[in-house]
Design a protein around this ligand. Sequence first.
Ligand code: ADP
Ligand code: MG
Length: 412
Amino acid sequence: MKLETSHMRYLTAEDFNVLEGTERGSANHEIVPTPLIYKLSTMMKSQGGTNRTISDLAKLNLITKVRNAKYDGYKLTYKGMDYLALRTLLANDIIYSIGAIFGVGKESDIYKVSTITGETRVMKLHRLGRTSFQTVKNNRDYLKKNDLMGTNWMYLSKIAAGKEYEFLSILYENGFNVPQPFFVTRHALVMELIDGFPMKNLRRHNFKNRSLDKLYTDLMNFIVKLAKNGLIHCDYNEFNIMIKNNVDKDDIDELGFIVIDFPQAISIDHKDAEYYFKRDVDCIKRFFKKKLKYVPNRDESWLDESGFGEGYKYPYPIFHRDIKERVNDLDAQLNASGFNKKHPSEVNKEMEGYLINLRGEKAEIYTSDDEEDYSDSDYEQHTDDSEESSDYYSSDDGYESESDDENERIIE
Ligand code: ADP
Ligand code: MG
């Protein structure tokens, strides 16, 4: 799904008013009846005018006409929601222009954007539902294929963006190395651009004389610290860990990292917390073993007097042993933040089942033994690797990354 903004500058305030009316109607109508659009488009003076606007919007594929057994109506499209989100971002001075797409995740498109003062940021557009239903065919106990038919993906994309924003905000405030989030509207999240590359591209020679032990330990410490604060990432792997761009600087003695991609995170009080915790640990263990030929070898000397120091005396964290005492309850704080009040818990449950399975399941069946060399480009489609990990999943809309040319100003 390409972000196609060429018509945006020609849309009038009335057009947006009708688009917003359709969006408002979507909150409780799968197909919004035309009379309801009239009613919700408060700016429109005549029904005839609204009708013309509706048909213009439909021509631009911002809404789409749907007939059901009882009535005709319209649905907002992803493109329509893109326009609404962009308009809000522009109106709030969150972004000024949009640059190249530089990442196509399994369920998101990532763009570089600029602020009015020239800072570059990242805009993540969540696009749930575009991957094949095949990915969910083996789900253990959550959603079955049939449950996903008729799922309101756009609604869930908004929830995913909102959740990710909430997770990033609380983690950032609490000093975790995650991107700083700036704004969320609908399915669009604007955050800090990380100057780095996904860990999947990291190889032994990048370490030079720096310690693999150190990075490994820091990554495991992150999981433990996160869990002691009440959360589990649930898709913690080499695609969602960005290595800071200092690998070529000889005077820096460690490889720093930033963790991204949070919408599926869960509380450590979740009934399957131990399972997901272990899966996150295993992903890192496996990556280090396969790609970096590193197997941790720990003993007492790893601990300093305080008992912590470099890390664990154990080769890898274990749920019951390592997170006995909590230091914070970020999970509870998130629940109290009003997020769940805005979104009924059933939806959160549905969302959670969908996300942690669709994302995590592939990570689990990391079966490949071959030593394929991944390209350095982090936006490449990983069609060949699609069995390896959740994020290898490629979208089927044939995106090509564009060159990093001039940002496009979408509204004059
Ligand atoms: P998905 O949920 O689709 O996997 P991610 O949040 O993992 O989306 O983003 C997809 C890719 O985009 C990442 O692997 C990374 O290369 C890039 N990316 C995402 N967020 C950022 C960011 N804040 N800074 C730099 N690159 C990012
Ligand atoms: Mg990802």
